[in-house]
Design a protein around this ligand. Sequence first.
Ligand code: NAP
Length: 312
Amino acid sequence: MVAPDTVRNVIIIGSGPAGYTAGLYTARAMLEPLMFAGYMSGGQLMLTSDIENFPGYPQGIGGPDMMLQLREQAERFGLEVQDKNVESVDLSTRPFAVTVEGEVFHAHALIVCTGAESIWLGAEGEAEQKGRGISTCATCDGAFFRDEEVIVVGGGDSAMEEATFLTRFASKVTLIHRRDVFRASQVMYDRAAAHPKIEIRPFRQVERWLSDEKGLTGAVLSDPRTGETEEIACTGAFIAIGHKPITAFLDGQLKTDEEGYLLHSQHTMTSVEGVFAAGDVVDTRYRQAITAAGMGCQAAIDAERWLEAQHD
Ligand code: NAP
């Protein structure tokens, strides 16, 4: 165990596939990495049911199982993991300072792998019904809607995945999307579209949510082309309209694009020398477990080479 006041070679912030892979590589490079995994370690894949597209798992694997295995693998080589959230960082001087629950840690290099979090619609009545019928996670909340009618909002892979997963419980799943063009991959769209419990309704968006004292009862939907409205009954609603990067703790110290995703300057290094970033906090294009893991590997190798160059 490294003494708490030691300046670490590298601190990894975040614990999805990018973070754990960065942890595995830096640990195997004898850099004695420390990871702050967050209170909900494992990232978004902890909320995913089956991962079928990560090579090496011919039968697929559950998201939480994969995250536990990645963690175990990195810990075997000496990754130290603390399940705590980073409150802030100071990148103005080196070594960098990382504040966690009021305690300050120092590191020569940082690897930011904090991922992204769900976006909410923000429709009228939503805030009151969060956790009382409206959710962004079918894996977490789907089982509460056994034999009930639910809706899913969105037209990407997440929406298709949520809708398909919800057929295990719900009597009917209505997937609404604001256009008739879907970002979802064909295979996932086809799977949802072919399911007898799923009805896909394009050109529909939520105007407001309807509820009574027990919780959600439905929604007023509108057609964005005409403004016409209709009511739909549902006791559950799952919003799957994408994600935003988790960067608030950086307080604007790293350059981002206009949506807040971190920008790389050289390879996986960010706008501050010695700070690297990998996974969904950077990636606006691929956003897959396998690409995040690959980028975590790249960031670890870049950090290792950069640290080595500091001694030259
Ligand atoms: P996404 O592909 O960005 O799709 C977001 C969807 O939400 C789009 O259909 C978008 O509509 C809609 N949307 C956005 N804002 C909206 C609003 N305010 N009101 C109504 N609709 C709104 O996001 P995602 O589905 O979360 O997928 C993100 C990435 O993760 C993708 O690369 C995807 O392939 C990947 N992913 C993969 C899997 C898998 O392979 N198992 C599972 C889940 C996700 P418009 O199209 O009209 O903009």
